[in-house]
Design a protein around this ligand. Structure first.
Ligand code: CUA
Length: 161
């Protein structure tokens, strides 16, 4: 009789644990479904990128003293870094640049060799990173995610003068 009662207790604990696990899974799924994976990402419609701010005005924008926002659209196989009249990004040495980047088609990369800037660009996600350019020079921006036949040629630059 005594053993029988213990079995019932263990059965009750087992069922309770099952509900706890189900609850945890449910809460996790709910959290993943309703929140972006990181506070540095938010979601946009990748087919309407050019209509959505700030991507409706790509390029370098001054936002403070020696502080800029660089709004960039990546696509197979290149980066839109400004309007046609001013396609090249230029900032003075010592500037802090906040890069805001997205992709209109497939997964691309965004790497500035020699810096800590290295992001994956996922269609529908807005990726952000900040870098201060202390030294003058031409900094290459490269795609480091294989994205198709012209992947190797997918690059742009920012000039620090
Ligand atoms: Cu874009 Cu590789």
């Amino acid at each position: 009789m005594h053993i029988h009662r213990l079995e019932k207790v263990w059965l009750a604990i087992g069922i309770a644990m099952l509900f706890v696990f189900l609850g945890v899974i449910g809460i996790s799924a709910f959290a993943l479904g309703t929140q972006p994976p990181s506070e540095h990402h938010h979601m946009i419609d990748p087919t309407k990128v050019k209509e959505i701010a700030p991507f409706d005005q790509p390029g370098i924008h001054q936002v403070g003293r020696k502080e800029y926002e660089a709004v960039i659209i990546s696509f197979a196989f290149g980066y839109t870094t400004g309007p046609k009249e001013q396609p090249v990004m230029k900032v003075p040495a010592g500037s802090t640049v906040h890069f805001t980047v997205t992709s209109t088609d497939v997964v691309h990369g965004f790497e500035i060799p020699g810096t800590n800037v290295n992001m994956m660009l996922v269609p529908g996600e807005v990726s952000q990173v900040t870098h201060t350019f202390k030294e003058k020079g031409e900094y290459l921006i490269l795609c480091n995610e294989y994205c198709g036949i012209a992947h190797e040629a997918m690059m742009t630059k920012i000039i620090v003068e």
